[in-house]
Design a protein. Structure first.
Length: 294
């Protein structure tokens, strides 16, 4: 689950360490041995010139019991200090996997304390380029079907509001903060779409194959990369966005990898040095000001 820091100098990711642990089972107080994959939140310089450093270990101890807590989808804020992550730490017996913030200075993990559906939690945090808003997915259920919903979190007010109704997940901001690439899910499968960042209205559908997911916007604003499932194999594809923003023409799908077996749970990351980027308009502050909720 790698993601670039906003300045491109570092990459944040999750490393799992295999081991064993002993924990009560069955509610009767008896303990059993388990095979554990304990996650750690890691950081490494993007040029690979130094060894990765561990920022947080997802190990849980209670007396002589050993377990782990989830750490998933780390994304660094533009303030270069706060990492949004989804976790049930530090005590997995008292929490679902929900949106949390890890402060790299204090090394504290703090819950966002935003609404969630019991046992379903959150996923897919995404910072707006100016850091004033964070999108995340509130997981829900409609009968036996999943009903994920993209929600906005205002950093200044700590208030939330829905960007979409049920059926959307995996948001990714455009570089100018005006649009959001996301995944629309239905009974047929998943496709990549572009939403208006203010209204949540669906502007255009990027794919129509029912097997595309995890989009990431080019830092230049002119393309979207995403994962695509073919049988049991996941590959990376990309489409160019031609024309005026908001009225794009979707180009042909380009295969970036072929029969590569990528990790479906790891979203693509994309960085272009600022000197190589075209000028873009600043994000609208209408939804990110300190005096009003989004």
């Amino acid at each position: 689950m790698p993601s670039f820091s906003p300045d491109g100098t570092s990459i944040y990711f999750i490393r799992e360490t295999e081991g064993t642990g002993r924990f009560p089972t069955g509610g009767n107080g008896r303990r059993a041995w388990y095979d554990l994959s304990t996650p750690s939140l890691m950081r490494v310089v993007a040029d690979g010139s130094a060894k990765p450093e561990r920022l947080l270990l997802g190990r849980f101890r209670s007396g002589s019991n050993t377990w782990f807590y989830w750490l998933r989808q780390p994304v660094m804020s533009p303030n270069n200090r706060t990492i949004a992550v989804v976790s049930d730490g530090p005590n997995p017996t008292q929490s679902d996997v929900v949106l949390q913030f890890f402060d790299t200075k204090t090394e504290k993990l703090t819950k966002a304390n935003v609404p969630s559906t019991p046992q379903l939690g959150h996923q897919d945090p995404a910072w707006r380029p100016d850091g004033k808003l964070l999108l995340y997915v509130k997981n829900g259920r409609d009968g036996a079907k999943g009903a994920p919903q993209i929600v906005r979190y205002n950093v200044a007010t700590k208030k939330t509001s829905a960007l979409t109704g049920p059926g959307y997940l995996s948001p990714a901001w455009s570089p100018d903060g005006r649009y959001v690439a996301a995944v629309r899910t239905d009974s047929f499968g998943t496709d990549v779409v572009i939403l208006d960042a203010k209204s949540g209205a669906e502007i255009i559908r990027v794919t129509n194959d029912d097997h595309s997911f995890s989009p990431i916007w080019s830092p230049a604003g002119d393309a979207i990369a995403f994962l695509h499932l073919d049988g049991a194999i996941v590959d990376l594809d990309m489409v160019k966005l031609e024309g005026t923003a908001g009225q794009w023409t979707i180009g042909q799908v380009q295969a970036i990898t072929e029969v590569s077996g990528l990790d479906a749970g790891s979203r693509p990351g994309w960085f272009i040095p600022p000197a190589e980027l075209p000028a873009v308009a600043a994000p609208s502050t209408e939804s990110g000001g300190s005096s009003a909720a989004p």
